[in-house]
Design a protein around this ligand. Structure first.
Ligand code: GLC
Length: 442
């Protein structure tokens, strides 16, 4: 539902609207991000949506995560899209990916947010049934996290790389611009973009970027989606601050779940992952720019500018005190230059674009993670500001996919599941320390 009325809705009405959006996007066992633009199950969307469901239907919340885990590959990967049923109006569909899975899926993953989403569900109660469901999900998560550590960090550097911009979930972030230059998009099979039938082209990636995205899909398909081969041969292999910080936060959540469930044998493994990542995150620090950035593992070049993913360092609980101070001052500088925080890209960057997807707009669920991290580190003023911005955007512009960071206008798709879930999880009762909003162990 797009809230186009200019009268602000009451808290109750917003809660109700958020629940209706999620219920309306529920396809039975899984939820689509939004009805026409994204007609399948997306990995990190689905995990965030489970947290939204948990606010009113815990059983359905578990089902969302269980459906996701049920499509895990034999090597442990959980794919970024599950094509439960073919929708011809979507591109690139199952035949372009050619993964040969019984239920077709895409061929790479997406940021591993599911562990801390599952932790939220487990925290709600410790009934035998809840513990049992958590235990099964935990086992699948262990296999998935191991896949990230093995195949997306083959050199044991403590940072995880993405093999396609879509794997980062931040599709057209400028973090990938340089690395994408090395991908030849000139010879891709002819195709027709379908996203532009739903959304204004000014809010989506350019055609040139899109050709390169498709070239990478064709390359993965030519390697039979073998994760080991992709790790060594893919022309695009970029350590992502988003996935690296999210995986570290998720490993910490996995450790807390292991403690609750007494999964003793798994603990030393998770501990090792955490230790390696804590050291590895330093590789993402660019001294010249004084920020965490992407690192192209093929060319050793850093990305330019401060992204909202870099600000997830607080959520991951990583960085030296000096680095954290630098990131906080970036936050203040950036917030002063935009109408609303946290923009997905640095307004001082030449490629900043307030309404183009991951090059400037605000994404509510990213704010939820950034805000939680800031709050856990005692940066109350900044955490409150992030929450106020998120709340104002949703209240005034509705449950949009993302928001123009200068005007606050809704952008992309409408009636978006994860924006609704963020509202329900992050503080439907009006504060970031609403039940479930703050990880108790941070
Ligand atoms: C876009 C976003 C990605 C998201 C998907 C479905 O591709 O960049 O992060 O998962 O849409 O909402």
């Amino acid at each position: 539902m797009a809230l186009q009325d200019t009268t602000p809705l009451s808290e109750d009405a917003l809660n109700h609207a958020a629940q209706s959006i999620i219920a309306g996007n529920d396809r039975g066992g899984y939820t689509v991000p939004t009805a026409s633009l994204y007609p399948y199950q997306w990995n990190w969307d689905s995990a965030i949506v489970a947290m939204g469901f948990a606010a009113f239907d815990l059983d359905r919340a578990w089902t969302e995560i269980e459906t996701l885990m049920a499509h895990q590959w034999p090597d442990g990967m959980i794919p970024h899209i599950i094509f439960h049923q073919e929708v011809p109006s979507y591109f690139p569909g199952p035949s372009v990916w050619g993964t040969g899975r019984p239920v077709p899926t895409s061929g790479h993953s997406q940021p591993p947010v599911a562990a801390f989403c599952a932790e939220e569900l487990l925290k709600r109660n410790h009934s035998p049934e809840n513990l049992e469901r958590a235990s099964r999900v935990f086992d699948a998560l262990m296999r998935w996290h191991r896949w990230w550590h093995d195949y997306r960090d083959p050199g044991g550097l403590g940072v995880v790389a993405i093999t396609h911009p879509w794997e980062s979930g931040r599709d057209n972030s400028s973090d990938w611009d340089d690395a994408l230059e090395a991908v030849d998009g000139s010879n891709v099979e002819p195709y027709e973009r379908r996203d532009l039938q739903h959304v204004d082209a000014a809010m989506r990636p350019t055609h040139e970027e899109y050709n390169r995205y498709i070239a990478l899909v064709e390359f993965g398909r030519s390697l039979g989606w073998n994760a080991r081969d992709i790790g060594t041969r893919n022309p695009f292999f970029v350590a992502d601050p988003g996935c690296t910080f999210i995986l570290l936060a998720a490993d910490r959540a996995l450790m807390r779940i292991a403690q609750t469930l007494k999964k003793i044998d798994d603990m030393p493994i998770i501990e090792e992952w955490i230790a390696r990542a804590e050291a590895g995150c330093q590789r993402l620090w660019d001294k010249d720019q004084q920020t965490f950035t992407a690192l192209d593992l093929r060319s050793s070049r850093h990305g330019q500018g401060v992204s909202n993913a870099a600000l997830l360092c607080f959520f991951a609980e990583t960085g030296t005190p000096a680095q954290k101070r630098a990131m906080l001052s970036h936050y203040d500088r950036i917030r002063e230059k935009t109408g609303f925080g946290v923009p997905s890209h640095d307004p001082d960057s030449p490629v900043f674009d307030a309404k183009r997807y991951w090059r400037g707009p605000v994404w509510a669920f990213m704010n939820m993670m950034i805000g939680r991290g800031l709050l856990a580190h005692g940066h109350i003023r900044e955490a409150m500001q992030v929450w106020d911005d998120t709340r104002t955007l949703i209240r005034d512009a509705g449950f949009a996919e993302y928001f123009d960071c200068n005007t606050g206008n809704p952008a992309g798709g409408v009636a978006f599941s994860w924006t609704a879930a963020t509202w329900l999880q992050y503080g439907a009762v009006g504060a970031p320390w609403a039940p479930g909003a703050v990880p108790t162990s941070l």
